[in-house]
Design a protein around this ligand. Structure first.
Ligand code: SAM
Length: 411
């Protein structure tokens, strides 16, 4: 058998396994893949978009890293198929649509191209010419010549090719520029990974006059935006092993008092509220941020977790309340409740007044459990000039181009 044929066969097998992995993850979080997105994942040869990567790496249901900045932070990747698939399903792309992708790589543009079909159009904008060159070579090699690539700052959208039925942003942003709203067709939608208080949610927005209002959101992170989409974030390290708090840079925080706080003995307040291993934390974290002055995310180094000193939630870390001398973060019981897979949520506090802050966090969890569990937040992007009298109660974040609110109309 010629080598290329063997290679193609291997790629097909690996692609089928990747699609299965993406589909089963989607099932687990209760958002099954649509047949259209599944078919696109099956058809697009991801390895053609991952130059230099092995077939195994190209089909590992993970990101493949390319460009990085001077601090070694990835600035361009071929995004993970599971996150891309979720966003494509959130967007609901159909045949004949005009779609703008912000943040190129080639792979997602090829999937969108499959979804819009020959009657649709795909425009993909990236700020980095080397990414455009890589995407262009990959799209040509894989036979997706109709995708239009533009090297520009995506914060301005792509006025020359507007209007669009859908705008999909594959780079994390902390603001939603008005150009995106203005370049939508009536009935159009934007799906963008929005950073709010150190959390990212891929939010689907629809236009309502001069506002954009969410119609759903999910977990999902991307590389941080550059140029007009750049935003500031801080990591405050609390020990030498890498335990750290992630905060938005405009949030006031005293690193020394946070370091002193985690040295104190923990105080844990249990809430009576429970989660299962498949509970989505999406809403609870937003709820806590919405009703608190200062929140951050605490990621404990492996050693601190293993020793049982900082019992944070594994993975992305625990949402954390902090004040001038104390911090309190979400934790879980080590064992599930008898005969179930339900784990009680707790609040672990540190600092001279740890108990009061842990109690405050526990009260927020109980409120969520009583009145907001299972209800989605509404995320609204208002023009900067919107009067405060119009804004709902909840989180209000001021951004250069907008005022962003998070509230619960049904809670
Ligand atoms: C995660 S990658 C996109 C992956 C891609 N969509 C794929 O198919 O896998 C994010 C890209 O966003 C680009 N980017 C960052 N800031 C940008 C901006 N302001 N305008 C346009 N592109 C930007 C980066 O250069 C990077 O290539």
């Amino acid at each position: 058998m010629p080598t290329t044929e063997a290679n193609d066969q291997r790629a097909e097998q690996l692609r089928a396994a990747m699609v299965e992995a993406v589909a089963s993850e989607a099932d687990q979080i209760g958002r099954p893949l649509s047949p259209a997105v599944r078919a696109a994942l099956e058809r697009v040869p991801r390895h053609e978009f991952c130059p230099g990567a092995s077939l195994e790496a190209a089909y590992a249901n993970d990101i493949v890293r390319y460009e990085q900045n001077e601090r070694g932070v990835s600035t361009s990747t071929v995004s993970a198929p599971n996150i891309i698939a979720t966003m494509l399903d959130q967007a609901g792309i159909g045949p004949g649509m005009r779609v703008l992708e912000i943040g190129s790589g080639g792979y997602n543009a090829a999937l969108i191209s499959e979804l819009v079909g020959p009657g649709g159009a795909v425009v993909s904008v990236d700020i980095d010419q080397s990414v455009i060159d890589r995407a262009s070579a990959s799209l040509t090699a894989a036979g997706f010549d109709s995708v239009r690539l533009v090297c520009a700052d995506g914060s301005k959208g792509a006025a020359e090719a507007a209007p669009f039925d859908r705008i999909i942003v594959t780079v994390t942003c902390a603001d939603i520029p008005p150009a995106w709203r203005d370049q939508l067709k009536p009935g159009g939608a934007i799906v963008a990974p929005l950073r709010l208080r150190s959390m990212t949610r891929t939010v689907r927005f629809e236009r309502d006059g001069d506002r954009l209002v969410s119609t759903g959101y999910d977990f999902g992170g991307f590389v941080p935006g550059q140029g007009g989409m750049a935003f500031d974030e801080r990591a405050v390290f609390l020990d030498e092993d890498g335990t750290g708090l992630r905060v938005d840079s405009h949030q006031p925080i005293e690193p020394e008092s946070m370091r002193a706080a985690i040295e104190t003995d923990p105080v844990t307040v249990w809430t009576g509220a429970e989660v299962t291993p498949t509970t989505i934390w999406n809403d609870l974290e937003l709820w806590i941020a919405a009703w608190s002055q200062n929140t951050a995310h605490l990621k404990a180094a492996t050693q601190a977790r293993r020793s049982g000193r900082l019992k944070t939630i594994i993975g992305l870390g625990s949402i954390t309340l902090y004040n001038d001398r104390n911090l309190a973060f979400l934790t879980l019981r080590d064992e599930p409740r008898a005969d179930s897979d339900h784990y009680e949520i707790g609040a672990q506090g540190h600092g001279p007044d740890a108990e009061a802050l842990a109690e405050r966090l526990a009260a927020l969890v109980r409120d969520w459990d009583a009145c907001a569990r299972g209800k989605e937040a509404r995320i609204t992007v208002w023009p900067t000039g919107a009067s405060s009298a119009l804004l709902p109660a909840g989180l209000v974040e001021e951004r250069p181009c907008s005022r962003i609110t998070v509230d619960w109309p049904d809670a």
